[in-house]
Design a protein around this ligand. Structure first.
Ligand code: X90
Length: 276
């Protein structure tokens, strides 16, 4: 079975080993300048330029054509998109599916709305790969991955919510809290795929401890975790240390945000995807 996984670039996953995979880029826009969130993007340079830029900035989701092109000639495709509640990416993937299946009646596409982003999308992609490796058929993979998605979660710590607020993805009231020096907003991807603020923490240490507490409340007892960070590798490593001190049986990876997450979760941001 010739299966391909296609995720949008909010997953911070330029490559996935052991299976056909493609990342479709979102774009970050600042005036005339457009940053394409692909492997060629210099994230650090983009973040500095965006911080210095005074004008309006925003983002754009992948087009239907970009999703379609990424399907290549795969017989079976699984798409994984950032929450449909905050982006048109999943909707574009669904339109691409309809066109692809009409052009090729013997091919099939399953579109997964992550209701989340970043590391939780990585867990989903890896689960699809695992089910493909186990030799399951398309329908069984879809059923099992949808079941799996009910128990994955995303928690985050953000130092700034300025770009989220400016682009209407979070209320200005919530954003103000994070603007105060040293305050981090700790929250989660809600069940309906929105950004849910839960705590305001003074300092990173407190924020990381709070994330672990919330992981436990969400049923974490060890296992796979995926961490991503906004130019904050030390914070990400510290997060892992805190988790490992409580749970010796952790299997973790740490990756930097690429473009989309860098723009919205900003410098210092940390996201943790885990299984409950
Ligand atoms: O279509 C587009 O232009 C993309 C819009 C994306 C807007 C939201 C991005 C959120 C990025 C923030 C922290 C994690 C929040 C999880 C909420 C589900 C990351």
């Amino acid at each position: 079975m010739n299966v391909k996984i296609v995720a949008d670039s909010s997953a911070n996953l330029p490559a996935l080993a052991g299976i056909a995979y493609a990342s479709v880029p979102l774009k970050i826009l600042a005036g005339e300048k457009e940053y394409v969130d692909n492997a060629a993007l210099d994230t650090e340079q983009m973040v500095s330029a965006m911080e210095a830029y005074q004008g309006r900035s925003g983002t754009a989701c992948p087009s239907v054509g970009e999703w379609l092109e990424a399907f290549g000639d795969a017989d079976y495709v699984f798409t994984i998109a950032i929450t449909s509640n905050l982006s048109g990416s999943h909707n574009a993937a669904v339109q691409a599916k309809d066109m692809y299946e009409e052009m090729h009646p013997d091919r099939h596409v399953c579109c997964l709305d992550s209701l989340s982003t970043g590391p939780e999308m990585v867990l989903i992609a890896e689960k699809v790969r695992e089910l493909v490796d186990a030799g399951l058929d398309f329908d069984s993979i879809e059923a099992q991955v949808r079941e799996y998605m009910k128990k994955t979660h995303l928690l985050f710590s953000l130092e700034s919510l300025e770009n989220l607020a400016k682009n209407g993805r979070v209320s200005k009231v919530v954003a103000k809290a994070a603007g105060i020096l040293g305050i981090r907003v700790v929250g989660k991807a809600s069940d309906v795929g929105t950004l849910q603020q839960m705590h305001k923490c003074r300092g990173e240490k407190k924020a990381l401890a709070t994330i672990l507490e919330e992981m436990e409340k969400h049923g974490f007892t060890g296992g796979r975790i995926r961490i991503a960070h906004g130019l904050n590798e030390n914070g990400a490593k510290e997060m892992l240390k805190v988790i490992e001190a409580a749970y010796p049986n952790v299997e973790a990876t740490i990756v930097p945000f690429t473009g989309l997450c860098s723009f919205y979760a900003e410098r210092g941001g940390i996201m943790v995807g885990f299984e409950g």
